[in-house]
Design a protein around this ligand. Structure first.
Ligand SMILES: [Zn+2]
Length: 350
């Protein structure tokens, strides 16, 4: 039989990470900008923290700055409308989460390169080709572009509230349960599996567990540690060609909470809760995950985020419905109220 397998992988070609990495932004832009101007998407706070520094390093370029708000379909459409007469040649996303998502999606729609300039290591989206877009009610993970380059300046990112750092670490640590789910789907459903992507993704999570005592508020090295492993997660997703290595049942739980009522919790915090639940269901060392989150100062208790008990129980019961094609330990039918409640109380979520 002839060999006819083909696969495409898209990696960022230039990655600058570390103290004062921002000084390299002009060089990176020159490499990818072929014509037109630079579209810089940022937020109000992130403009003050990082946007100004980016601009100071782009004095020789024509930059169109847009201060965006949430990553909704509408806001993206409005920005794209405003670009009709002045088509950019490159998009820079300077922000924590939503600004990166908006920039990534616009780059995808316009077919131009995207450069990720994260201001916080809050989730793995800073180095992935997927964008989280709100439609007013729920969040969708949509196809976008892989960043052509990532410029992660730890001296800027350390200014973000520590909560985002802990959440980003949790998003990476939860790769471990995502990989368990992936292996399960491979065994039970014959789903394609890449051991290279799985090993990389799991390693990123294990590395952060091992170095968790170094993940602390106000420490620039914490940002370095977490961001490096976010980049490793991104590379694992690029190899797999999907978010599979970094998104399993813990992410389904996170998305279910997002729909029903996440309280004040953010993505990584929801994934932390989800990964403890998932590890318990897989029969693994869920106590290790719980203790690690405690060490880095991240609560896995729903009440810390003002999420009512009933909401979490419901979210876990229906989490498998979020993305039926993604088979996980949550199976293919709703968990009963009682089972869901028992799992959540054993693992200390409620
Ligand atoms: Zn995530």
């Amino acid at each position: 039989m002839n060999f006819n397998k083909i696969k495409s992988m898209h990696f960022p070609s230039d990655v600058y990470i570390g103290h004062d990495a921002i000084f390299n932004i002009a060089e990176v832009v020159s490499k990818f900008l072929k014509s037109g101007n630079i579209l810089l998407i940022t937020g109000e706070n992130t403009y003050n923290i990082a946007g100004k520094r980016v601009l100071a390093n782009l004095k020789d370029f024509d930059v169109n700055i847009i201060i965006a708000s949430k990553a909704t379909r509408e806001s993206i459409k409005n920005i794209e409308e405003s670009l009709k007469n002045k088509r950019p040649g490159i998009v820079l996303g300077v922000g924590g989460g939503s600004k990166i998502d908006i920039a990534k999606k616009i780059a995808y729609d316009l077919g131009i390169p995207f450069i990720s300039v994260p201001t916080a290591p809050s989730h793995d989206g800073i180095a992935s080709p997927r964008a989280s877009i709100y439609d007013g009610k729920t969040v969708y993970s949509e196809e976008a572009v892989m960043p052509s380059a990532i410029v992660a300046d730890t001296s800027i990112m350390v200014l973000a509230p520590y909560r985002y750092v802990a959440a980003g670490a949790a998003d990476v640590i939860s790769n471990i349960t995502a990989v368990l789910d992936w292996k399960l789907a491979n065994r039970l459903k014959g789903e394609d599996f890449s051991s290279t992507a799985a090993v990389m993704s799991e390693y990123a999570g294990r590395e952060l567990i091992e170095r968790s005592s170094m993940i602390q508020p106000g420490l620039e090295e914490s940002i370095w540690l977490v961001t490096k492993q976010i980049l490793a997660s991104g590379a694992a997703m690029a190899i797999a060609g999907s978010s599979r290595p970094a998104s399993g049942s813990e992410h389904l739980f996170s998305h279910a909470l997002e729909i029903i009522g996440p309280g004040s919790s953010i993505h990584g915090e929801q994934c932390a809760m989800g990964s403890v639940i998932s590890m318990y269901l897989h029969g693994g060392d869920w106590g290790l995950l719980r203790d690690t989150y405690k060490r880095i100062g991240l609560s896995i208790k729903a009440e810390s985020y003002g999420i009512p008990r009933e909401t979490v129980i419901k979210a876990l019961s229906i989490a498998h419905r979020i993305r039926p094609s993604r088979y996980t330990i949550l199976g293919e039918s709703d968990l009963s109220y009682n089972v869901s409640e028992r799992i959540l109380s054993i693992t200390g979520i409620i």
